[in-house]
Design a protein around this ligand. Sequence first.
Ligand SMILES: Cc1cc2nc3c(=O)[nH]c(=O)nc-3n(C[C@H](O)[C@H](O)[C@H](O)COP(=O)(O)OP(=O)(O)OC[C@H]3O[C@@H](n4cnc5c(N)ncnc54)[C@H](O)[C@@H]3O)c2cc1C
Length: 480
Amino acid sequence: MTTLMVFRNDLRVADNTALWHAQQSGDAVIALFCYTPKQWQAHDLGPNKVAFIHAHVRALSEALAKLGIPLLIRSSKDFTASVKDVLKVARAHHVNDVHVNIQYEWNERERDKALDAALAKHDITLHRHVDHTVVHPSAIQTGSGDYYKVFTPYKRAWITHCIDQEIPQQELKIKKQKPISLKADPIPDRISGYHIQAALDGPLKGWPCGEKAAQKILRDFINQRVKGYKTARDVPALDATSRLSAYLAIGIISPRQCLRAALAANDGRLGGGDVGIDTWVSELIWREFYAHVIFGFPHICKTHAFKRQTDAIAWNDNQSHFDAWRNGVTGIPIVDAGMRQLRQTGWMHNRVRMIVAMFLSKNLFLDWRLGERHFNQHLIDADFASNNGGWQWSASTGTDAAPYFRIFNPYSQSARFDPDGEYIKTYVPELAELDKKYIHEPHKAPDEIFETLNYLRPIVDCKKTRQAAIDAFKSLGKNN
Ligand SMILES: Cc1cc2nc3c(=O)[nH]c(=O)nc-3n(C[C@H](O)[C@H](O)[C@H](O)COP(=O)(O)OP(=O)(O)OC[C@H]3O[C@@H](n4cnc5c(N)ncnc54)[C@H](O)[C@@H]3O)c2cc1C
C-alpha cells in the first residue's frame, strides 16, 4: 500500500504535520505538488512569490529524495484541475490515504471539500492536519462561541490554549523510508503565464533557498537580534526583524519551529519574560489572529471589507495617484522609499507597510483593495490573511483596525522612525545629498535647494486629505 502526501504551502520536510502523519501509517509514502498557475493569477500572485515557490519545490524534491520519498509534479492549471490530478495519482498508485495540511482561505477550503468528496467516491480518505498556524483558527473562540474580532483577548486566549495543550511539542521527525521503484518527476523549467527569470535574478537573490537556510535565519535572529526587537523593529533602516515572513508564507519553516526557538530563548516562558522575545511572539500571534479572522469571517476572502458598511465608501478613482503611489513618486520620501523597496527587493519593512497603506487609503483615499492587490503581486511573503489584515487595519475597515480618525502623518512617522533619513536615502537616491533638516519634507527646503533635487513636490496636501477622509468615514454613521 502507498500513502500520498500532497504539498501546497508547506514546502518543507522537517516538522511537517501531514508528512509526519503520512509516515505513521507505515506504508510507503509518495508526494505530490500541483502547479496551479491560473489559480495563482486569479489570486494575484506575482512572479516574486511564484519564483520563490518554484525554487523551493526543487529544494523540496531534493530533500525528499534523500528520504526515499519521490515528489511527483503535475501542471494542473487551477484548483479544479488539481483535484482531478490528485485523484488520478491516488488511483494510479493504489493509495488508500491522502494527507494534506489545511489552508484557511475560502477557495482553498472549497477545493479541499471537493477533493474529499472526489476521493471518498473511491474509498480513499483525505486526512487534514494543522500546520500553517500553531493552532487551528477555530480552536480559539470567545465564551459565546464566536470568533474574536479584537487582537488582545484573542492573544490571551491563544496563550492559555497553548499552555493548556502544551503546544508547541517536540519537533516532528521525518524518517528515511525503504527505497521504492517510483522516480521523482523533473521540475518544470517554465510556469505557464509567469516570467520568473527577472525575479530569480533580482529580488530572490536576497532570499537564500531551502529549509536549512530558513533555520539559520531563525537561529541568527534568536541569537543576535531578538532581544533588541521591541525597540529596533520599528526602525526601517535597521536589520532588526527576523525576515522570516516569506519562509512562513509557503511553509519553508513552521510557526511551531519559530515559537519553540523563541520559548527556548525565554526560559520556556510563553507570555512575559524577555521583552524582545515576548514582542516577537506577539507578532507570530498576529499572524495566527489574521488566519483566525479569515477563517471565521469568510466574506473577507470574497473582496468584502470586514466592516461591511465600509464597502459603501465612495473611494476616489484617480489612476495617476495610484500610479504615483505604486511607482514611488508621490513626493513624500518615506512613502516613495517604501514603494521602491518593494519593487527592488520584493519586501517592505512593516512600519513602512503601515505608512504607505494609510497614505493610499486615507490621503489618496483610494480603495484599499488596490493596494492589497499591488502588495500581493509584488511581495515575496504575500500571504492572503496577513496582507488583507494589514490593509484592512490601515484602512480602518477591518477587525481591531486603526480607528478612522487616527491617521498617520507620513512626515512625522518618517521623522520618528527614520530620523536621519538613512532608509529614505537608500531607496530614494535623488535625496542622498539632502540635509537631514529637509529629508522628510524636501518641498519645505528653500527653492534654490529644492530646484537642485531631481525630486517632486507632494501629490496631495496631507492635512487636507486627512480631514476629508475623516469626514467620509464619519458620514458612514456611528458604527465606525
Ligand atoms: C499593509 C500590510 C500588508 C502586509 N502584508 C503581509 C503579507 O502579505 N505577508 C506577511 O507575512 N505579512 C504581511 N504583513 C505583516 C508584516 O508587515 C510582515 O509579516 C513583516 O513585515 C515581515 O517581516 P519579518 O518576517 O521580518 O517579521 P518579524 O517582525 O520578524 O515578525 C515575525 C513574523 O510574525 C509575523 N508577523 C509580523 N508582523 C505581522 C503582522 N502585522 N501581521 C501578521 N503577521 C505578522 C510574520 O509571519 C513575521 O515573519 C503586512 C502588514 C501590513 C501593514
